[in-house]
Design a protein around this ligand. Structure first.
Ligand SMILES: [Zn+2]
Length: 220
């Protein structure tokens, strides 16, 4: 490990143990042998979008699954990803979470790579293979948002990608039956790195709206 990274890590661990952990000692002791989170959060691996930070969450509150571009494999398209599906299966069937949130974000490198096509991914064979499932969506967005700026097009891609992954979740019987009887709810979110705000897809309004309605996103 690089020396300055090592120093930073030790400083962080020390602060966690003497301050953060101390303040939550009782919570950690209660959680020592069990967890009971309400939310399964499916987000991007991006270092700027940690859900515990965004939601100011306590330990034990969120079961987190992160991968590039917050993807869920499509059952109907025979996509296979046991890493992702085992986390979802465990959260739903064992932990019995009541909500699944799929959260995208602004300036998502995964969505941008999917939009720019295979040309930028010749050196990244695994990523190229992984992002293949976003090809159809990125072509659609490129067609439909052809009159929009690159920034707007990226936003459309990030939003549509969230909605597509939410639809993929509905393809699994164990999720669908829990949606039908109300044991489970699905939500699509997008976190804006530049403003710190989170928007949620509103099915009635057919658009993403800020979760905190009194706060407007500043987009510049
Ligand atoms: Zn991302």
């Amino acid at each position: 490990m690089k020396e300055e990274v090592e120093v930073k890590i030790k400083r962080g661990l020390e602060s966690f143990q003497t301050d953060t952990y101390k303040k939550r000692e009782r919570v950690y002791h209660t959680l020592e042998t069990k967890q009971n989170p309400d939310i399964l959060y499916i987000g991007c691996s991006d270092s700027r979008v940690s859900p515990e930070v965004i939601l100011n969450a306590e330990p034990g509150e969120i079961f987190v699954l992160r991968n590039i571009a917050n993807k869920v494999p499509s059952l109907s398209k025979n996509e296979v990803d046991p890493t992702t599906m085992s986390a979802i299966e465990f959260a739903v069937l064992v932990l019995k979470v009541s909500s699944i949130v799929v959260c995208g974000h602004s300036n998502c490198g995964g969505c941008a790579a999917a939009l720019s096509g295979e040309k930028g991914l010749s050196e990244l064979p695994f990523t190229k293979h992984y992002l293949k499932s976003l090809e159809e969506l990125s072509e659609k967005v490129t067609r439909e948002a052809s009159d929009k700026s690159a920034k707007e097009k990226a936003k459309v891609m990030e939003e549509r990608n969230v909605l597509e992954q939410v639809e993929h979740l509905k393809e699994y019987a164990f999720i669908n039956e829990r949606l039908a009887d109300g044991r489970l709810e699905l939500e699509g979110w997008r976190f804006d790195i530049g403003s710190g705000q989170v928007e949620r897809y509103d099915e009635k309004a057919e658009q993403f709206v800020p979760i905190l309605l009194n706060q407007k996103l500043h987009t510049d």
